[in-house]
Design a protein around this ligand. Structure first.
Ligand code: ADP
Ligand code: MG
Length: 395
């Protein structure tokens, strides 16, 4: 993969595609600026290399039309504060029109070094990957740096189309994601353990099948565990399961046996009579689940067993919480497993938005080798798919 370390920067203008799709509250304030701060290493590297910088991004879903609530103005203000220098915000609803062009001249002919274009999704041409729009965008740089990992699975004008008109390089964020979600898993150091949970088997089928050929251990938790347990003939009461995936779940377990992968299901679960933190909590071994019981977390014994396996692993990938960690009564399983990953000496990788939130909630974010920032994009990389945004950076 070509990265900015190979890019000629001095006296150039770099067009950077960032992922500034930040969460906003009702008043339009940014509630979490992590997506902005995490681009600083790439931005600083580019500026220190002697280049000027034009940044573009999408924000929200304005459906191809200019829409003030999705303006990148607030991002420009936040970025200016973080960088401690002027950021020219080009408030041009057509993204690449006359206003943007005159701002671009201002950037070139002043001391300012950074400019931010308006939301690329203010035009439908962005998501259509319209070549004419990509060409217009390409006029804002000599080289193209893609660092929007969260959008790398989408072939849009500003993520993929630009590479037809400018030499393309990956930024530090995308480089790190590819290193840990793709390269590190091509030949993972063994024992390689995959911890999988979350709400649905159907979300994770391709992931399981892809990682099964490489993993030594697959530890299953979350709601999906009940679908697997039921496919083995256990009574799971009123637990959330996918009836139409029972057969597939059974096939996956068989396939794992044939391939010699150790696939683990819970031996005990905690839960209640309803999807609630208020109704009484109970613990059952999986052969004794009553008819009116809903499993909401893995049990103590299961968590201990999973933790033991994780501690002995050299590579661990976590995708999907072990229980409803948003409820205090049912956070234990996820917490134990994440603690074990924090203590593990091997490479530890977190994929999935809710999984990353769980790690942050328990305070272990800085103990992991890598926490992916991309939801859909990280899942697709882990599934072994080729992401269009990564493909343009490879020869
Ligand atoms: P990620 O975003 O990390 O990929 P998912 O979106 O697949 O994870 O799943 C996360 C959700 O799964 C959480 O909101 C959690 O509450 C839910 N979940 C986990 N275990 C259970 C369970 N036993 N019953 C119902 N929901 C569950
Ligand atoms: Mg999720």
């Amino acid at each position: 993969m070509r990265t900015i370390k190979e890019a000629p920067l001095n006296s150039k203008t770099v067009l950077l595609r960032a992922d500034y799709n930040v969460p906003l509250d009702d008043e339009g304030n940014i509630t979490d600026d992590l997506r902005i701060s995490s681009t600083l290493p790439t931005i600083e590297y580019i500026l220190n290399g002697g280049a000027k910088l034009v940044i573009c991004s999408h924000l929200g879903r304005p459906k191809g039309k200019p829409s003030p609530e999705f303006s990148l103005k607030a991002v420009a203000v936040a970025l200016e504060k973080m960088l401690g220098e002027k950021v020219i915000f080009s408030d041009d609803d057509t993204v690449v029109g006359e206003k943007a062009k005159s701002d671009f001249q201002l950037l070139k002919n002043s001391d300012a070094r950074v400019m931010l274009l308006q939301n690329t999704r203010f035009t439908p041409k962005e998501e259509e990957n319209d070549p004419a729009f990509a060409k217009q965008l390409s006029a804002f740089g000599d080289i193209f740096v893609l660092d929007a990992f969260g959008c790398a699975h989408r072939a849009h004008a500003s993520t993929v189309g630009l590479a037809d008109y400018l030499p393309a390089y990956g930024g530090f964020l995308i480089e790190k994601e590819v290193k840990f979600l793709k390269d590190a898993l091509e030949e993972p150091e063994s024992p390689f353990t995959v911890v999988m949970g979350g709400s649905k088997v159907s979300d994770k089928i391709t992931l399981i099948t892809n990682l099964m050929s490489k993993a030594d251990n697959i530890l299953i938790g979350g709601a999906m565990a009940q679908t697997f347990l039921k496919s083995r003939g256990y009574n799971v009461g009123i637990s959330k399961i996918e009836e139409d995936k029972l057969e597939l779940a059974g096939q996956i377990l068989e396939q794992a046996d044939e391939m010699g992968v150790n696939i683990y299901l819970p031996v005990d679960v905690t839960g209640s009579s309803a999807f609630s933190n208020e109704t009484p909590k109970a613990l059952y071994t999986i052969d004794a689940i009553p008819d009116d019981f809903m499993a909401l977390d893995i049990g103590e014994k299961t968590a201990q067993n999973y933790a033991k396996i994780i501690l002995k692993s050299k590579t661990v990938v976590f995708n999907g919480p072990m229980g409803v960690f948003e409820m205090a009564n049912y956070e234990q399983g996820t917490k134990k497993v994440i603690e074990a990953m924090a203590d593990c000496d091997g490479v530890t990788v977190i994929g999935g938005g809710d999984s990353a939130s769980a790690v942050a909630q328990f305070g272990y974010s800085d103990k992991m080798t890598h926490i992916s920032t991309g939801g859909g994009a990280s899942l697709e990389l882990l599934e072994g798919k080729v992401l269009p945004g990564v493909a343009i950076l490879e020869d």
